[in-house]
Design a protein around this ligand. Structure first.
Ligand code: ZN
Length: 391
């Protein structure tokens, strides 16, 4: 097996020029994740979040553009002789679309994305119309005093649920700007918890964006590295294919995707794996969607080797994840052109797709470190020839 990792002198160059003090980095990440989680951005309606991210890139002196599907793309020019890298995270979040407005003003919705039905009653939601005109609402939960014994432990299917906005008629709802097709999301929330942990409505994948921004800040200062395309992709929670148009246009050799990795250190996740929240960044060795979509990602061996060696060199603990039940848009990106060498990197996350997911800022910071150092380790000799790797 040939080593995929050269001496990461370019990474040292950045590190030498920068104060690696952890707390300011963590504070910056905390501020960014918290702010980003407060911006609604349902799949297909990523405009507000995209504009916020474009501003953030702009403040780093990085120009960006938007493709017709809505992906935000920026390129950090580097060495053309090295394999090019597409580093991406999805901008969108899951939620709902208004399906029907009843005469009494009650709103029925369709699910968009993997919305957990059993966690919906009593949730606060936000009907997303436009900045300054959004309408808050609550998903009704039948009055407990009127709940019959056989209803107590039943999950209410989403078609039976309804949103109460306070309006008493369809006319009032319509005049507030809500109509069939209006997007809605969990009411944005961000909670600072103990031990560097934060919770919020869309840790998936706002925390991934924050890591991307942090990585971009550092990659920009490294002169010897490959071309890096930053892609903030759309519609991942909807159909997992938003990033494909960006990959088709950019034709990267390598795709590194940043997203949640299921933490399995809570009592309800025993047996699902060994990923600990706060235990460091993680890479996925196998993902597959066991509920219909015959797709998933088995990472390219060169990238597994690169990440493993980089983590060791950087003194980072790299956790490993392999499971059925979730997948990311890397599964489609890897199929573009003659194939893109792909890997999913991530940060451990608890309570995924609920309105209050939890992640750890230390994991995010270390994921940024791993991402930057591994990309800095890709040079002209970095081989993507599968025959150079064991099996
Ligand atoms: Zn995600």
């Amino acid at each position: 097996m040939r080593s995929a990792l050269r001496s990461s002198c370019a990474w040292r160059e950045w590190r030498g020029a920068t104060n690696m003090a952890a707390e300011p980095d963590l504070d910056r990440l905390r501020r960014l994740v918290t702010e980003l989680m407060m911006i609604p951005g349902l799949s297909g309606y990523e405009g507000r979040v995209r504009r916020r991210l474009a501003r953030e890139l702009d403040s780093l002196g990085i120009a960006s553009r938007t493709d017709r599907l809505g992906n935000l793309i920026a390129t950090l020019a580097g060495n053309n002789a090295s394999p090019s890298v597409m580093l991406f995270a999805h901008m969108d979040q899951l939620g709902f679309i208004v399906r029907k407005i009843e005469a009494d003003g009650v709103i029925r919705v369709e699910r968009l994305g993997g919305v957990p039905e059993r966690a919906l009653p009593s949730q606060a939601v936000l009907l997303s119309i436009e900045e300054g005109k959004d309408v808050p609402g609550v998903i009704a939960n039948k009055s407990h005093h009127a709940t019959a014994p056989d209803e107590k432990y039943r999950v209410v299917p989403y078609p039976e649920l309804y949103i109460d906005t306070g309006f008493g008629s369809a006319e009032e709802v319509l005049s507030a700007g809500i109509e069939i097709g209006t997007p809605a999301v969990y009411a944005p929330k961000a909670i600072t918890m103990a031990a560097r942990r934060i919770s919020g409505t869309s840790v998936d994948d706002r925390a991934g964006w924050a890591v991307m921004i942090e990585a971009a800040r550092r990659l920009k200062t490294i002169s010897r590295r490959p071309n890096v395309h930053l892609v903030f992709s759309v519609q991942e929670e909807f159909n997992l294919r938003g990033a494909v148009t960006a990959a088709q246009a950019l034709k990267p050799d390598i795709a590194i995707q940043l997203d949640i990795i299921l933490a399995s250190d809570t009592p309800d996740m025993t047996g699902r794996g060994e990923v600990r929240l706060g235990g460091g960044p993680a890479m996925s060795l196998y993902s597959f969607h066991g509920r219909g979509t015959l797709n998933g990602t088995i990472p390219h061996p060169a990238l597994v080797q690169l990440m493993t060696a980089t983590a060791k060199e950087e003194n980072l603990t790299l956790q490993r994840s392999a499971h059925v039940g979730a997948l990311t848009d890397s599964s489609y990106v890897q199929l573009v052109g003659e194939g893109v060498a792909a890997i999913d990197l991530g940060f451990p996350t608890r309570y995924t797709h609920s309105s209050l997911e939890v992640c750890d800022l230390g994991d995010l910071e270390e994921l940024a470190q791993l991402t930057v150092a591994s990309i800095a380790g890709i040079n002209e000799e970095f081989s993507l020839d599968r025959d150079n790797y064991g099996q």
